[in-house]
Design a protein around this ligand. Structure first.
Ligand code: DIG
Ligand code: MN
Ligand code: MN
Length: 389
């Protein structure tokens, strides 16, 4: 591999402990790789050139760790961060693994579980902030149903809202410089997960007491599972000022959550995503919430992590070439040409505008006869990506 696409801390590439630490277990098979300690994972990520590492509370400190073990784990983790220079931009809570959350955490029908989920999250927020996290992700993997017979759907929305409002109150009370990022997924492990898409999350955020504290953490695989265009979801989040974090990976449409290496399945959509993020100047983490194939050994896990970052950097260079390509830019200029004749109708409504517009004569036939060179443009993009431009 050439050295041109070496990751740098400025790229803000991050990985969760659970990503390169994935042991290859799946619903049909036992682990195939040894479990790595948080310290070993930090060292692996430093070796491949990552900027930061993220964690669920339980990834770092096992849920049943003794206070002494907890203290040592955190001290060792801090030392590994200091030795390697890696930082912790994001933290999150595991509210999906323990049997207590079998019917959800914030939306469990059991008020004891809902209260325990708040307690666990407050403690995990304290841990994340103590290690430097500025973004806190909520992925409600168990917030959903297999049958709608047993859960009042309005109660579920109310409980989710109460939980987010309570935790925003906690962060404000603690004076933490922390923002929340809500991560959508349409299903798995629940039959249907509440708030299934980034769009649904954006609507939900507006119902909160402090919407300014809360944004989204869109994930490629999760929007693809719902059959949606991921970059369109990201653009809507960006337009709303709510793209606080992003989970990068890849995914076949309409399939179980594959969390594939970034760009490994839908290179063209990965290109348009990278182009969007770079065009708008997104400065948040590029978090690879992905894992290596079950067939990978530890060296192939490192290749997986390096590949995520390398593909992003190559696509970033392709995006720059897109804007430098005279033929592409010529077609774009043709497509967006504007003679200014309609300027008088643009922008905010006015009675004068509506009166003038209703009186305007349009040649509908001529409007319909104008074709657009999207085939030529897209072929140029495909050839750019194939390396022949
Ligand atoms: C899964 O896509 C979720 C969990 O791994 C985690 O809560 C979140 C953080 O990126 N993504
Ligand atoms: Mn996923
Ligand atoms: Mn994710």
């Amino acid at each position: 591999m050439t050295n041109t696409y070496q990751p740098h801390s400025d790229n803000r590439f991050t990985f969760g402990l659970w990503t390169v630490g994935n042991t290859g277990r799946d619903p049909f098979g036992a682990p195939v790789r040894k479990a790595l300690s948080p310290v070993e994972i930090v060292r692996l990520l430093a070796e491949v050139g990552a900027y930061g590492v993220n964690f669920h509370d339980d990834d770092l400190v096992p849920i049943d760790a003794t206070p002494a073990a907890r203290k040592k784990i955190i001290a060792d983790f801090r030392k590994a961060l200091s030795d390697t220079g890696l930082v912790v931009p994001m933290a999150t809570t595991n509210l999906f693994g323990d049997p207590a959350f079998r019917d959800g955490a914030f939306t469990s029908n059991d008020p004891h579980v809902r209260a325990y989920a708040l307690q666990k999250t407050m403690n995990a927020i304290d841990l994340g902030v103590s290690l430097g996290a500025g973004i806190y992700v909520f992925w409600g993997g168990r917030e959903g149903t297999e049958t709608d017979a047993g859960k009042n759907l309005l109660d579920a929305q109310k409980w989710m809202r109460e939980a987010m409002n309570f935790l925003c109150g906690y962060v404000r009370d603690q004076k933490y410089a922390l923002k929340f990022a809500l991560e959508a997924k349409p299903n798995e492990p629940r039959g249907d997960i509440f708030l299934p898409t980034t769009g649904a999350m954006l609507a939900f955020i507006e119902t909160l007491d402090h919407p300014e504290m809360v944004g989204v953490n869109p994930e490629v695989a999760h929007e693809h599972m719902a059959g949606l265009n991921f970059t369109h979801a990201v653009a809507q989040a960006w337009d709303a000022g709510k793209l606080f974090h992003i989970d990068l990976n890849d995914q076949s449409f309409g399939r179980y959550d594959q969390d594939l290496r970034f760009g490994s399945h839908n290179l063209k959509s990965a290109f348009f995503l990278v182009k969007f993020l770079e065009d708008v100047g997104y400065t948040g983490s590029r978090h690879f919430d992905a894992h290596a194939y079950r067939t990978a050994d530890e060296d192939d896990v490192k290749a997986f992590a390096a590949g995520c970052m390398r593909t992003y950097l190559i696509l970033k260079e392709k995006a720059a070439q897109f804007w430098e390509d005279a033929e592409i830019q010529g077609l774009l200029a043709e497509i967006v040409a504007d003679d200014g004749a309609m300027d008088r109708f643009k922008g905010k409504y006015s009675p004068a505008k509506s009166k003038a517009l209703k009186a305007e004569a349009f040649d509908r036939g001529a409007l319909g006869r104008r074709g657009l060179p999207y085939e030529r443009l897209d072929q140029l993009v495909v050839e750019l990506l194939m390396g022949v431009r």
